[in-house]
Ligand binder design. Structure first.
Ligand SMILES: Nc1ncnc2c1ncn2[C@@H]1O[C@H](COP(=O)(O)OP(=O)(O)OP(=O)(O)O)[C@@H](O)[C@H]1O
Ligand SMILES: O=P(O)(O)OC[C@@]1(O)O[C@H](CO)[C@@H](O)[C@@H]1O
Length: 303
């Protein structure tokens, strides 16, 4: 089974305006509201692809009820732990460029964290665990490292999609896969990662720190995969992004979907890129049909 953990779920409020001008009133042209957070997005894309997963994490208040309802409607199993304060709302403003405003996270009491740990202690070596997204301020900053130490004892493979300290301090626990974007990878090493060569170089340094497989996403410029045996670069024709929110999460889901069906890392990487790109160039998340149509446009080069 695949489990996803979203420590900090949200309602994502996507809103389209013509032009953003600071200090003025804007009239929305279009809007939609979805249950968000990186782990939840991974569960949604896995569901689109036909894979079952269980969504875990903390939700609270009226926003938390919305998140639960949406997952119910989508047919995604969830075992969220209730908290008292409202789950956050994240605003995604689409004008000439995308601007994000992430809301304040609810307080997560220690008892809720212990409950999550109890849930995770039931996982087995057949399971994959996705730890994705930010950690609320009330949760220990090294929670991913702590979870991974426990998961290593159980033989659970962990996919870690985090940045900053949450990524840095968990790498030594040997995540099965990490998927930083090129800024996040650069931040890890105090470097700038702009080119394929730099992504491969710093991706390999992440292997030295403990990661088993690394995907470096580079938005419209492509992506890189490295592990101890292989290195690949993915290229695709330049496209106008329509909604890049969740493109990275789609990559994680695409890789996991293919890998758990016995595909080799090269094919899993290619599917990851197709899933990320078709999410980025569509209004909603990727679908199997869109992925199928996009796959032939991806060139994978072994490095
Ligand atoms: N303009 C684009 N055209 C085609 N594919 C794109 C475009 N932008 C993003 N992608 C695809 O999405 C993948 C992930 O994008 P990105 O590097 O922005 O991830 P991210 O920063 O983790 O995203 P997020 O956190 O919003 O989910 C890229 O590797 C690429 O496959
Ligand atoms: O603040 P975090 O947890 O890092 O990211 C949260 C978030 O921006 O990530 C998802 C897209 O990847 C959105 O659904 C959600 O709003």
């Amino acid at each position: 089974m695949i489990y996803t953990v979203t420590m900090n779920p949200s309602i994502d409020y996507h809103v389209w305006i013509k032009t953003m001008v600071e200090g003025t009133i804007h009239q929305a042209q279009k809007e939609w509201k979805t249950a968000g957070g990186k782990g939840i997005n991974v569960s949604k894309v896995l569901r689109n692809l036909g894979s079952v997963s269980v969504a875990l994490g903390f939700v609270g208040g009226f926003t938390g009820s919305f998140i639960r309802q949406q997952l119910d409607q989508d047919g995604i199993e969830h075992r969220f732990i209730p908290v008292t304060q409202d789950s956050r709302m994240n605003i995604k403003i689409k004008a000439e460029r995308e601007t994000d405003l992430s809301g304040v996270s609810p307080l997560i009491p220690k008892v809720a964290i212990n409950e999550l740990m109890d849930q995770l202690d039931h996982l087995t070596s057949d399971d994959f665990l996705v730890l994705a997204g930010s950690v609320p301020a009330s949760v220990p900053a090294d929670i991913y490292r702590i979870i991974m130490q426990r998961m290593n004892q159980l033989g659970v493979r962990v996919i870690l999609d985090a940045k900053g300290a949450a990524l840095d301090n968990a790498l030594a626990e040997r995540p099965f896969l990490i998927k930083p974007n090129h800024y996040e990878l650069g931040e890890l090493f105090g470097a700038s990662v702009e080119t394929t060569e730099e992504a491969v170089h710093y991706g390999r340094r992440a292997l030295d720190l403990g990661a088993t497989n690394v995907i470096v996403s580079m938005a419209g410029q492509g992506a890189v995969f490295v592990n101890r045996e292989k290195a690949f670069a993915a290229q695709f024709p330049k496209q106008q992004a329509v909604n890049s929110i969740g493109a990275g999460d789609s990559m994680v889901a695409g890789f996991l979907y293919a890998y758990t069906r016995g595909q080799q890392v090269k094919e899993a990487f290619q599917l990851a890129v197709a899933a990320g790109s078709t999410t980025a160039i569509s209004e909603g998340f990727c679908t199997p049909e869109k992925i199928e149509a996009f796959l032939p446009h991806i060139t994978i080069t072994e490095l």
